[in-house]
Ligand binder design. Structure first.
Ligand code: P6P
Length: 339
């Protein structure tokens, strides 16, 4: 049987048809994000050559000064989304405050939150990195979007996704109607449907956590980790293998496809970060939306990530994400040992 070729643009259009009230603006917003992903993918594929070709600090072919990749990714997403009239406001991991739509340009119904290039410290060692995004409807009526438009619980998201720049570039997104993965064919510059209707496998293979932080974990997290390793005498289980890349999108993506759990718990390592390292708005919540629609679950150890009402743009949260039974087990250990 000849496999049908479906581009992400066509898939988005077909998804739109399942939302009768959709106006096409939402679909166009998803195209815009796919375009940004292609542009960022092109630059990340050359990242290793920056030094060799002496590109750093020089003027590149577009006549732009060569810049750090995460700044480039941030500017690409802002430049593509600022003038379309589809958004009321944006917020980025790279920007301290919300990003209003520039004066003189129309505002739209949607809010875009993103981490433009997460894990960028891994570029120098050629490890996979990623872009993470979440889309909401604006709450304010009209005019410039507000901070309150960005501080919505993940449960109210209308779409979320990520791009992983690795051995191949993949874009994974959901509008609440399944989770779908597309692989970039750089030859033609198209994302082609490669992973339709992703569901997290019920039998997990891996657990992913930075065990270098063990001494800083709570009792509950330590007991949970021993349980995953099959050395909890009270409740023995087949041990899971450990896999940890140190790049959230890569660790999440692997567990989504193979079954498993990623967690970055709260720890006492840095008193300035009592809730762990990861951000709620544009890291944990969008991936929690994806996990939810792939049959998984995400928690901060006590409640669903999607139920947390954000109080500030860059607030951090502990994150346990992957197979629902594993995440709920973490919650049980934390409730039992951490009170
Ligand atoms: P650690 C990358 O810097 C990042 O923000 C995430 O992509 C990743 O999951 C985490 O930090 C790794 O942090 O402390 O284990 O090196």
């Amino acid at each position: 049987m000849i496999e049908e070729i479906i581009t992400i643009e066509r898939h988005i259009l077909e998804q739109q048809r399942t939302h009768p009230q959709a106006t096409g603006v939402f679909s166009s917003l998803l195209y815009d994000i796919a375009l940004a992903a292609k542009i960022i993918a092109r630059e990340t594929s050359r990242a290793g050559l920056v030094e060799i070709l002496g590109l750093a600090g020089k003027i590149n072919v577009q006549g732009e000064a060569q810049m750090k990749l995460d700044i480039f990714a941030n500017q690409t997403l802002i430049r593509i989304n600022s003038y379309t009239g589809r958004l009321a406001v944006m917020a980025s991991e790279e920007e301290a405050d919300i990003l209003p739509i520039p004066e003189g340009y129309p505002t739209g119904r949607y809010v875009l939150l993103f981490d433009p290039l997460d894990g960028s410290s891994n570029i120098d060692v050629n490890a996979s990195i990623g872009t993470i995004f979440g889309v909401y409807r604006r709450l304010s009526q009209d005019g410039p979007g507000k901070l309150s438009d960005c501080l919505q619980p993940g449960r109210d998201m209308v779409a979320a996704g990520y791009v992983i720049y690795g051995s191949s570039t993949m874009m994974v997104y959901s509008t609440g109607n399944g989770v779908h993965g597309f692989t970039l064919d750089p030859g033609v510059g198209e994302f082609l449907l490669s992973h339709p209707n992703i569901q997290i496998p019920s039998r997990p293979k891996y657990y992913s956590v930075n065990q270098g932080n063990e001494q800083f974990w709570s009792e509950g997290v330590l007991h949970f980790t021993r349980w995953l390793q099959g050395i909890d005498e009270e409740d023995p289980r087949k041990p899971l293998s450990a896999r940890y890349i140190g790049s959230l999108v890569a660790d999440f993506h692997r567990n989504l496809l193979t079954g498993g759990i990623f967690y970055y718990p709260a720890d006492s390592k840095d008193p300035r970060k009592p809730y762990g390292k990861l951000r709620l708005l544009y890291e944990a919540a969008p991936l929690a939306f994806i996990a939810q629609h792939a049959g998984g679950y995400a928690s901060d150890g006590r409640q669903a990530i999607l139920d947390i009402v954000p109080e500030s743009l860059h607030q951090r949260t502990p994150l346990f994400i992957g197979n629902r039974d594993l995440v709920e087990k973490a919650e049980a250990f934390i409730a039992r040992y951490d009170g």
